[in-house]
Design a protein around this ligand. Structure first.
Ligand code: ZN
Ligand code: ZN
Length: 690
């Protein structure tokens, strides 16, 4: 501790009023401490305190510590505090409060006990702060000790101290002790009533919560909100709504609680209605509805909401990012995803594991493996899920070797893989046709990591074996499964039958699938196509008729493409786009040009119960063709075209994409429901094996 080398300011030393110059300097400094500062600004201000001789002025020092706390720089405050020769209770309190505001509850308790051992008595400011730091640390024992001290030092009737005690007890599950404090109170304000009600609501004692609520002499918004939130969390949205409608003055929290309540029970419609009605919205309001849209796979709605949010005065936070990125990923909206990435950087939003993983997934699903990889390499925080996501991205984009390398890195660094990691690895093997390696990983799951293979792992294995032509082995594997084989597992085998033209097995598997999931159009269509390719037209027609008789409608092919930061969706034969005429004209020009280059429409991809002319028609308007035509006419030459399709790409579209990539010199990245196709200079990354 430094000795007093300079005399203290006169105001403190002997009661004389400070010189007018000092007073001006003091006021200037104090007003400079109003807003949060960067570390270098704090250093500069501290320098000014020294040069103006105000470094020992209590008012200036106190404001400086508070400013450090609001600037998230408690280390600096601590440095100044530690240099003080004998800080008064006021400074101890300022430090304790500062640590609490920065969420460092451990340091609050440490400093509190240090203060006590230095012989200082706690006061009405110390107790509530320290008690509030006991709750998150679950330090009920220390809390009870402080309660004893409160009784001894005569603060037992201080409403703020009593409320902090009630809070600690009810948060620690001792609601009866909280009630005892409440009953002993001589005077109660609205905050202590609310605290008690919140305590009952937290432990599920609705009757007591409700009883106190009705007894309250005076209610504020928080009283209503606590009860609304309580009923919403319990799923009793009607009870909550009654209170909400009755509430005289609703605030943002009431609206958010009510909207979350509807989201919680899955009533998206009412949640949206309420959201639209809100007079003012907070970031939480936006996050709740955006997350809900994504959860219900209404991705376009989620992005629309996000764009509206950008136009509002509410700034998105990391929760918004984690909610929006999967929507971008699903729709292939990479421009928007990139914008979000830049926004995160610019606003220094913390790149935690969730944000990082969501970014890797978004870039990966948009087919931009390099960028996904870059985010992965740069990430400071990574867990098994980030690794697994990276492996999956590489696997789906046909970069099996890189996926295996990441896994080796995980192994050598002692990171425990999970089930998702193995889905990624098996997918990598499957897309690269590496049967032996796949078998090795499949066995490793159980033998080395004690992970029981789940349905999805069997699905990957069946896919791997099936694609490589080991159809019988794949069939045997399904029969050996310890659980009921999921439709995805059978679906993988049926696709393998399609690739290898095994009609016999396809019949067994196809009808099994139809039996398991009679409303799914995909199985009928796939089986019908397999028959058709083997020239068994009658059987093909029979399957299609069966589908029609059962009222199953073919799911329309739908492709989306992002141009100028907005997502355009196309359905096969779509006429709804504003530039519809130009798109069809472009598509026709492209087809003509490719025909001159040797393109022959692959009619077997089209419906087989129509004549050839109609087949050609149906084929030429597949949704991915419309999307690519739109991409060609609305982006500058050389720009990569990214398309996302909901179904598997057909052979004809695949041929056409390859030719466009060559003759129009474009990289085309097409994600279908199964994998990624990177078309470049006339060939595809899938090696025509999908
Ligand atoms: Zn097609
Ligand atoms: Zn391909």
């Amino acid at each position: 501790m430094m000795a007093c080398l300079v005399p203290p300011p006169p105001a403190i030393a002997d009661g004389f009023s400070p010189s007018p110059l000092k007073l001006v300097q003091q006021n200037r400094l104090v007003s400079a401490f109003q807003s949060p500062k960067s570390l270098s600004e704090l250093r500069a201000l501290h320098g000014r305190m020294i040069t103006t001789g105000l470094r020992r002025n209590d008012l200036v020092l106190g404001k400086f510590i508070i400013c450090c706390s609001s600037s998230n720089c408690m280390e600096y405050a601590r440095k100044v505090f530690d240099e003080m020769s004998s800080p008064s209770v006021f400074f101890w309190n300022a430090m304790i409060k500062g640590y609490q505001q920065n969420g460092d509850h451990m340091e609050v308790l440490r400093l509190y006990f240090q203060m006590r051992s230095c012989g200082f008595d706690s006061d009405a400011f110390t107790f509530p702060v320290v008690l509030r730091s006991c709750s998150p640390l679950k330090r009920i024992r220390e809390g009870k000790g402080i309660h004893g001290l409160v009784l001894k030092t005569g603060y037992a009737t201080n409403v703020i101290v009593q409320t902090a005690l009630m809070d600690l007890y009810s948060l620690s599950g001792c609601v009866a002790s909280a009630r005892q404090v409440f009953d002993e109170m001589r005077e109660r304000d609205v905050i202590c009533w609310n605290t008690m009600i919140a305590g009952y609501s937290r432990c599920g004692d609705f009757a007591n919560a409700e009883e106190l609520f009705h007894k309250m002499p005076e209610k504020d918004e928080s009283s209503w909100n606590t009860l609304i939130d309580m009923y919403c969390k319990a799923g009793d949205v009607e009870a909550a709504r009654r209170l909400f409608d009755e509430m005289p003055k609703k605030d943002i929290i009431s609206w958010n609680a009510m909207i979350s309540g509807y989201v919680h029970i899955g009533d998206m419609e009412v949640a949206r209605l309420l959201f639209d009605e809100m007079p003012r919205r907070s970031v939480v309001s936006w996050n709740v509805v955006i997350t809900c849209c994504v959860h219900h796979r209404r991705f376009t709605d989620a992005l629309d909401l996000f764009r509206k949010m950008q136009r509002s005065d509410v700034r998105p936070n990391e929760v918004t990012m984690v909610a929006v990125l999967p929507a971008c990923a699903h729709l292939g909206a990479m421009d928007l995803g990139q914008w979000i990435h830049a926004y995160i950087d610019k606003n220094r939003i913390r790149m935690d594991v969730y944000v990082t993983t969501a970014l890797i997934d978004m870039y990966g699903k948009c087919g931009n493996v390099e960028e996904a990889r870059r985010v992965f390499e740069m990430a400071k925080e990574k867990d098994a899920f980030s690794y697994s996501t990276m492996i999956e991205v590489l696997a789906l984009n046909g970069k099996a070797e890189e996926a295996f390398q990441i896994f080796s890195y995980m192994q050598s660094h002692g990171l425990k893989p999970n089930g998702v990691t193995f889905v990624g690895l098996l997918t990598a093997c499957s897309h690269a046709g590496l049967v032996e390696k796949g078998r090795m990983y499949f066995n490793m799951m159980k033998s080395e990591y004690n992970l029981e293979p789940k349905s999805e792992h069997f699905g990957c294995m069946v896919d791997l074996l099936g694609r490589a032509g080991y159809l019988d082995e794949a069939f045997e594997l399904i029969k050996s499964m310890p659980m009921e084989p999921h439709v995805v597992v059978w679906g993988a085998l049926l696709n393998a039958c399609r690739i290898h033209g095994n009609v016999k097995l396809a019949e067994t598997v196809g009808f099994r699938l139809i039996e398991l999931n009679p409303t799914n159009c995909g199985n009928y269509v796939l089986l019908a196509n397999i028959y058709a390719k083997a020239n068994r037209w009658d059987d093909s027609v029979r399957v299609r008729k069966m589908m029609k008789d059962r009222g199953v409608v073919k799911k329309p092919g739908c492709s989306s493409i992002e141009v100028n930061n907005s997502v355009h969706e196309f359905i096969a034969g779509d006429n709804s786009h504003t530039h519809c005429a130009r798109i069809y004209r472009t598509l026709q020009e492209v087809t003509e040009r490719l025909k001159r280059e040797g393109y022959v429409p692959e009619v077997s991809s089209a419906l087989h119960d129509v004549d050839t002319n109609e087949k050609m028609q149906a084929l030429s308007y597949h949704s991915e063709k419309l999307a690519v035509a739109f991409g060609l006419l609305s982006t500058t030459p050389g720009t990569p075209i990214r398309i996302v399709k909901n179904l598997r790409v057909c052979e004809d579209c695949h041929v056409m994409m390859k030719m466009i990539s060559q003759h129009y010199d474009r990289n085309i990245i097409l994600r279908d429901c199964n994998r990624y196709h990177h078309f470049n200079n006339g060939s595809c990354s899938c090696s025509d094996y999908w």
